[in-house]
Design a protein around this ligand. Structure first.
Ligand code: GLU
Length: 314
């Protein structure tokens, strides 16, 4: 499975997706991920699905899911089929966890966040679990989370269609990671793997903030005997301080009033060189142009890009 290069034949089966977390309205950063995954799918005659990642209930904002879908619709980002909603899928996640338990791939962990922070070295994505409960729960301690054993040994490698080869030693850089949290919720890493398989996703195009999660996801796919899609991680939009544009940085919501202007900005961010007059096009004409001119080899092969620089160029 590979991503298209100029002149390469279009493959007959392509299924991409956009998987927003409804923690607030769509902002420019998530618009870029939506546009990139949509264009890659549509330019290859593929399907494009939407999945609402509302698993992390404490972070979910009431009304945000509907608001995101209304925005996608207003931007002409029309999806195929029904929207998958993670909060309705606990049974599927539980079945996956049961299977991992049968395989002896997971273990209960009693450690609190503080205990881990006190004794762990810091890894690629927070503290590396120091393995306290690996050989069994300490006397008198109750299980909180479920963790998956990571393999010692050689680095885990995969080829990202834009970012190139990614190499990560899961055991030393991430450590045994949580698949069911202490609050009983299933972890994103497990849910995304189960859902990508359920939706038969062949190609994942998303922000490079998730690049470091991908080895964990491929590892879980292999444990659960699920197919591994192809991955392409787009640069994420950051502010001058290098912070991802999002809720934390108070990124403004995209406005449903002038979709084409903002879509042109997303294209410029992705280096697709939209002509100045495209800003005056209607949605149909915009998408016709964008699909016909979409070029993966123009994408900036970086993990992040300051938005201010792109706007200044445009
Ligand atoms: N829900 C995740 C986010 O909004 C994206 C997950 C994914 O694309 O795999 O950051």
């Amino acid at each position: 499975m590979s991503f298209n290069k100029p002149g390469e034949n279009i493959i007959s089966r392509y299924r991409g997706r956009f998987a927003p977390s409804p923690t607030g309205p769509l902002h420019f950063g998530s618009l870029v991920a939506a546009v990139g995954s949509f264009l890659e799918a549509r330019s290859r005659g593929g399907e494009w699905l939407v999945r609402m990642e509302d698993l992390d209930l404490p972070r979910t904002v009431p009304g945000a899911a509907d608001d995101i879908l209304r925005t996608l619709d207003a931007f002409g980002l029309y999806w195929d089929g029904e929207v998958m909603v993670q909060s309705t899928r606990n049974e599927a996640y539980r079945a996956a966890l049961d299977e991992m338990e049968k395989l002896g791939a997971v273990y209960p962990c009693a450690c609190t966040r503080k205990e881990i922070a006190d004794s762990a070295i810091s890894g690629i994505d927070g503290p590396v679990y120091p393995g306290i409960c690996r050989a069994g729960l300490p006397e008198g301690r109750a299980p909180r989370a479920m963790r998956v054993y990571t393999d010692p040994g050689s680095p885990f490698r995969f080829d990202d269609a834009l970012q190139g080869r990614v190499s990560q030693n899961l055991e030393t850089e991430v450590g045994d990671f949580v698949v069911r949290r202490a609050d009983g919720l299933f972890a994103y890493q497990l849910a995304v793997v189960v859902d990508d398989a359920e939706q038969a996703i062949t190609h994942v195009v998303r922000g490079a903030d998730l690049l470091d999660s991908t080895p964990r996801q491929i590892y879980l796919q292999q444990l659960l005997s699920l197919p591994t899609p192809a991955y392409l991680h787009l640069p994420v939009a950051v502010n001058e301080r290098g912070e991802k544009l999002g809720k934390q940085t108070l990124a403004p919501a995209v406005s449903r009033v002038n979709p084409v202007t903002q879509l042109c900005e997303a294209l410029a961010f992705l280096n697709q060189a939209p002509p100045e007059e495209l800003k005056d096009a209607d949605l149909d004409a915009f998408w016709k142009w964008a699909i016909a001119h979409w070029r993966v080899d123009r994408l900036p092969a970086v993990r992040s890009r300051p938005l201010s620089r792109v706007k200044a160029l445009g």
